[in-house]
Design a protein around this ligand. Structure first.
Ligand SMILES: N[C@@H](CCC(=O)N[C@@H](CS)C(=O)NCC(=O)O)C(=O)O
Length: 210
């Protein structure tokens, strides 16, 4: 059976949510962060050398990186669900947002949250993050003006990936406040609320909670 290693308060929320959306049976293995350092415990290092979540074990393989895990689960269990067909424009948008959620869209969020965590508010760095928020949130807002989900009209795993990045910015994914100007982006805020209304999100949210 699929084993999902869940680090409480982490990106592994994405994988529990996706497994619920795809109705894949799984075992949830919880790992707790060190309360002083907020880092992952050695129990996670025993599964993956970098001790980063999420990580899954399935059919004799260990898979890391949330976007790679999402695509692995869709390949194995998706039966055509939650990913646009190969060769379509929507599939390119899907690939773009899958990658961006952990790169271009994530940069300002990580800078912002890590500045708070490490109490090192370098003005230049925070200025960069605020500029990137404007660029990237504007891009999300314009995308959502075109269609209801991030990679088209339908809900896909790209929404699962992008959601967590935006929830970090909104200060709801982690117990760490951010400086993201969420109120300036009404479609983005409505998008988060719509995703949080999904039964699979609500079930995953309860299971993943501290
Ligand atoms: N790009 C990776 C990021 C993995 C990552 O940094 N995970 C964080 C949790 S959100 C982690 O495990 N941090 C614990 C630590 O570094 O000690 C992914 O999407 O899976």
């Amino acid at each position: 059976m699929l084993k999902i290693h869940h680090l409480v308060a982490s990106r592994s929320d994405r994988i529990v949510w996706l497994a619920e959306e795809l109705e894949i049976p799984y075992e949830l293995v919880r790992h707790l962060r060190n309360p002083q350092t907020f880092r992952a415990p050695d129990s996670l290092r025993a599964i993956t050398p970098l001790a980063k979540a999420p990580v899954i074990e399935d059919q004799g393989v260990v898979v890391s990186e949330s976007s790679v895990i999402c695509d692995y689960l869709i390949d194995q269990y998706g039966q055509g669900r939650l990913r646009p067909s190969a060769g379509t424009p929507a599939r390119l948008d899907y690939a773009y947002w899958m990658a961006s959620s952990e790169s271009t869209l994530m940069y300002p969020v990580l800078i912002d949250v890590l500045s708070t965590m490490t109490q090192s508010d370098a003005a230049g760095l925070l200025g960069f993050a605020m500029g990137e928020y404007t660029t990237m949130f504007g891009h999300v807002e314009r995308t959502l003006a075109k269609h209801a989900h991030i990679a088209g009209d339908s809900f896909t795993a790209a929404d699962v990936m992008v959601y967590y990045t935006l929830a970090m910015a909104a200060g709801t994914a982690l117990p760490i406040p951010s400086r993201a100007p969420m109120a300036d982006y009404p479609l983005l805020s409505d998008y988060l609320a719509r995703l949080e209304a999904r039964p699979a999100w609500q079930k995953a949210n309860k299971l993943c909670a501290a």
